[in-house]
Design a protein around this ligand. Structure first.
Ligand SMILES: [Zn+2]
Length: 272
């Protein structure tokens, strides 16, 4: 059993149905199909995101980068790819998370470009990678679990019934596994970028981004550079630079997908 399957099992046991609908939750893909990587181009539609001194809109950079990254990942043949948006439309943050959960994604990668706060540190540049801070994940995982559990009752899903205490423990285990996997992706990503790209100091950072908060889908948010810095803005506007960036990200994602599997989980999964 892969760590992905283990997470799916923990999610089901904890009452966290995969997906919003009973149909989505009950759909099970054959284990042999390639894992899904969800790419999330930040912003879109009425929300342009950051705007560079040259007028570059973050929403356009993130979409172009996502489309190039999808192309490279598909060429690598190790995963399927789903985009949370493939054009210039507004997609609420919660919906982006739900796409990843509906897809039973192995990984969610949200793509953004930074901007220094007005009047501050205008020299800031370089890429960084965020994972969810542990504090943020606790409260949200609990809230999500509550909501999903209510949805389960309403939708009449047939999920294994376990006591609230066992459910809490399973949810905690799942969250720890998801967090560990997210951290692994972040480290692989920083390693892939190091040396070839300008990086922010302490490039692996933690914050409570909503899009990272699914308790059952490992997730990272990549800031490809600072749109507020003219050099980064110029680079992010260059297709060749975006292609190099996508190559590094695809390398990290493929290394993650090929990574170690959790051992000894078959016994744990036996009751299912
Ligand atoms: Zn952004």
């Amino acid at each position: 059993m892969t760590d992905m399957h283990r997470r799916a099992w923990l999610a089901a046991m904890a009452g966290l149905a995969w997906g919003a609908s009973p149909a989505a939750a009950q759909r099970r893909r054959p284990a042999t199909r390639l894992p899904v990587v969800v790419l999330d181009p930040g912003h879109g539609g009425a929300d342009p995101g950051a705007i560079g001194p040259g007028g570059t809109q973050e929403k356009r950079i993130t979409l172009a980068l996502a489309i190039e990254l999808r192309r490279q990942l598909l060429a690598g043949g190790r995963c399927r790819v789903v985009l949370t948006r493939g054009r210039d439309v507004f997609v609420p943050l919660g919906r982006r998370v739900q796409v990843a959960r509906d897809q039973e994604a192995a990984l969610l990668v949200s793509l953004h470009a930074d901007a220094a706060p007005p009047g501050q540190a205008s020299g800031l540049r370089g890429a960084s990678v965020y994972t969810l801070s542990e504090d943020a994940s606790d409260a949200l995982a609990a809230a999500l679990a509550r909501r999903e559990n209510l949805a389960d009752r309403a939708g009449g899903l047939r999920l294994p019934s376990v006591s609230p205490e066992v459910q809490r423990i399973l949810l905690s285990l799942m969250r720890q596994e998801t967090h560990a996997a997210s951290t692994r992706v972040a480290r692989l990503t920083v390693n892939a970028l190091e040396g070839d790209f300008a990086l922010l100091n302490q490039p692996h950072r933690r914050a409570g981004f909503v899009v990272l908060k699914a308790p059952d889908v490992p997730a990272v948010l990549v800031e490809g550079g600072f749109l507020s810095h003219p050099r980064d803005e110029s680079l992010l506007n260059t297709p060749a630079h975006r292609a190099r960036l996508a190559r590094a990200l695809a390398g990290a994602i493929n290394r993650y997908l090929a990574g170690p599997r959790v051992a000894g989980v078959e016994a744990l999964a036996a009751p299912v």
